[in-house]
Design a protein around this ligand. Structure first.
Ligand SMILES: [Zn+2]
Ligand SMILES: [Zn+2]
Length: 150
């Protein structure tokens, strides 16, 4: 494997790029409209340059955090990005406030990052990662098809 042509971004971004190696056309990973519905708490909407639009709930995004720690946690527990942690088997259910960003930061021109209300801040969500994780029916079907053939 050659390292030529790999843009140097950050360790996290490099990790998540290798985790989602699906090649996407430039227009598919260029956002034209980004709406973070922080007050409404409904999640993030992105309208892409190729005309596609994507939506993710904050809970999904929190559970799909692409930082090294969360990737490792998901690998250990066998969860897909966006899949919530199962409730603990103990008798007393702990109250968990629904995930919401306290702050949204843009990371260069390639990503956004959230300061979550649970204190976690290390995930960098690149446009490529978000687009490859689009939750619309068409994309989910496409993803399951390519997972089945590979
Ligand atoms: Zn994380
Ligand atoms: Zn989609």
């Amino acid at each position: 494997m050659s390292h030529e042509g790999i843009r140097f971004v950050s360790e996290e971004a490099a990790r998540q790029a290798s985790a989602s190696e699906r090649e996407l056309p430039r227009d598919a990973i260029t956002p034209e409209r980004v709406r973070v519905n922080k007050t409404e708490g409904t999640g993030v909407d992105i309208g892409w340059k190729d005309g596609h639009s994507s939506h993710w709930s904050f809970a999904w995004l929190r559970d799909a955090c692409p930082c090294a720690t969360c990737i490792e946690e998901r690998e250990v527990s066998g969860r897909e990005p966006g899949q919530p942690t199962p409730p603990p088997a103990t008798a007393l259910p702990m109250f968990k406030a629904p995930a919401r960003p306290k702050e949204v930061r843009s990371v260069g021109r390639y990503a956004i990052a959230f300061d979550w209300n649970d204190g976690h801040t290390s995930g960098i969500y690149s446009w490529h990662y978000l687009r490859s994780m689009c939750q619309c029916e068409a994309c989910k079907e496409e993803a399951s098809k390519s997972a089945a053939t590979s």
